[in-house]
Write a protein that binds this ligand. Structure first.
Ligand code: PLP
Length: 399
């Protein structure tokens, strides 16, 4: 008799977004004349840039002629894209080799798939609040998870505790959901901890392009020693509006080599290469051409102009929080604003209050872990007019 992977019994039902949708739908049915503004979405809304569209179109044309048609491509990504990403990092002061970059269909799948590389008896350390993918994928494998608290006291940036031994550490900076960003000094402590304990840091930099303060790190590899202990995940989803187009990449340094129990050497780069060539057949050529356009200097300028729209919204939300005396993190260097629920409320109660009284939808912090119980996440991904109206309504909550 087939036996299913019973670790799936241990995954908490993810009811966050379905519960939000249900409450919003019920409200709209009961109040069809009310305009609901959604600031809960973690998805971009601006269309792809002109240079990306041009590159996609010309790649489609190439597929129409026998001489330029492409079939299976390299599983790791075409050289033109791997080299484009390498050069982009180099312009930002970080040297990585093209064969350390693995192109994929996005950071979500890679942050989950990387768990294939590690023994089930490894202990995993994740922050709370957290992007749920890190937790659920490790539960699916049956790994033990320990949590580190992100709180107002540590600015939602937990630091290593030398009394806690962890083999695999997930860090996300700029953070989803809190918008908090680690400084170089803080990441240096993490890299030091990982190198000392022979641990691995899985660093999610999906929001690196939102960093506007030049002294803040955008890649873990801007920290000395990181190439010995860190894997970095990034994606064009938030950088260039690729949430529906799908392209990301993972950097696995060749310097990460560990001794196996039989004494042989295992290279994480070789293992990931083997995993990808076995279980993945690459990102569509057309999409990779679109992605390569993003990594040119002109493409990055175009992406930056797109992100500036979201930045403006984030600034507007932050300013409103400042005026109302609400404590928050994020808003700069991030599309997210994570704030303490006013009136001492729990996040689901505050969700209902916002929906019923001002028709603004956000995301209750409780959905990201116990430390989110009294917090709320707003995003800057709606348009300026709606964000402005939502903030005017938000002010009215306090009068
Ligand atoms: C949006 C997001 C990603 C990107 O996921 P894709 O699969 O590339 O769209 C990765 N990590 C976090 C924390 C995110 O919020």
């Amino acid at each position: 008799m087939v036996r299913f992977n019973e670790n799936y019994l241990n995954i908490k039902q993810s009811y966050l977004f379905s519960e939000i949708a249900k409450r919003v739908n019920d409200f709209c049915e009961a109040n069809p004349d009310k305009k609901v503004i959604r600031l809960g979405i973690g998805d971009v809304t601006q269309p792809l840039g002109g240079l990306v569209i041009e590159a996609l179109h010309s790649a489609v044309d190439e597929m129409s002629k026998a001489e330029t048609f492409r079939g299976y491509g390299p599983e790791q990504g075409y050289d033109f894209l791997r080299e484009g990403i390498r050069d982009y990092y180099k312009r930002n002061g970080v040297e990585i080799d093209a064969d350390e970059i693995f192109v994929s269909d996005g950071a979500k799948s890679d942050t989950g798939n990387i768990t294939d590389m590690f023994s089930v008896d490894n202990t995993v350390l994740v922050p709370d609040p957290v992007y749920p993918v890190y937790v659920d994928t490790n539960i699916m494998n049956g790994r033990n998870i320990i949590y580190m608290d992100g709180t107002a006291e540590n600015g939602f940036l937990p630091m290593p505790d030398n009394n806690v031994r962890a083999d695999i550490i997930y860090l996300c900076s700029p953070n989803n959901p809190t918008g908090a960003v680690y400084t170089k000094a803080q990441l240096k402590e993490w890299v030091g901890y990982a190198n000392k304990n022979d641990s691995i840091i899985l660093f999610d930099s999906a929001y690196e392009c939102f960093v506007s303060e030049p002294e803040l790190p955008r890649s873990i590899y801007s920290i000395e020693g990181a190439k010995n202990c860190c894997v970095e995940f990034c994606s064009l989803s938030k950088t260039a509006g690729f949430t529906g187009t799908r392209c990301g990449y993972t950097i696995v340094p060749k310097a990460i080599v560990k001794k196996a129990s039989d004494g042989s050497e295992m290279s994480l780069n070789h293992m990931w290469n083997r995993r990808q060539t076995t279980k993945f057949n690459g990102v569509p050529y057309i999409v990779q051409r679109g992605a390569a356009a993003v990594f040119t200097e002109a493409g990055m300028a175009e992406a930056k102009a797109m992100i500036d729209n979201y930045r403006r919204n984030a600034e507007l939300i932050s300013r409103t929080m400042d005026e109302m005396g609400v404590r928050y993190t994020g808003g700069v260097n991030s599309p997210y604003i994570w704030f303490e629920c006013p009136f001492g409320m729990y996040s689901w109660d505050f969700f209902d209050k916002m929906l019923n009284e001002i028709q603004v939808v956000g995301t209750p912090g409780a959905g990201f872990g116990k430390n989110g119980d009294n917090y709320f996440r707003l995003t800057s991904f709606n348009n300026y007019e709606n964000t402005k109206e939502a903030m005017e309504r938000f002010r009215s909550l306090f009068s």
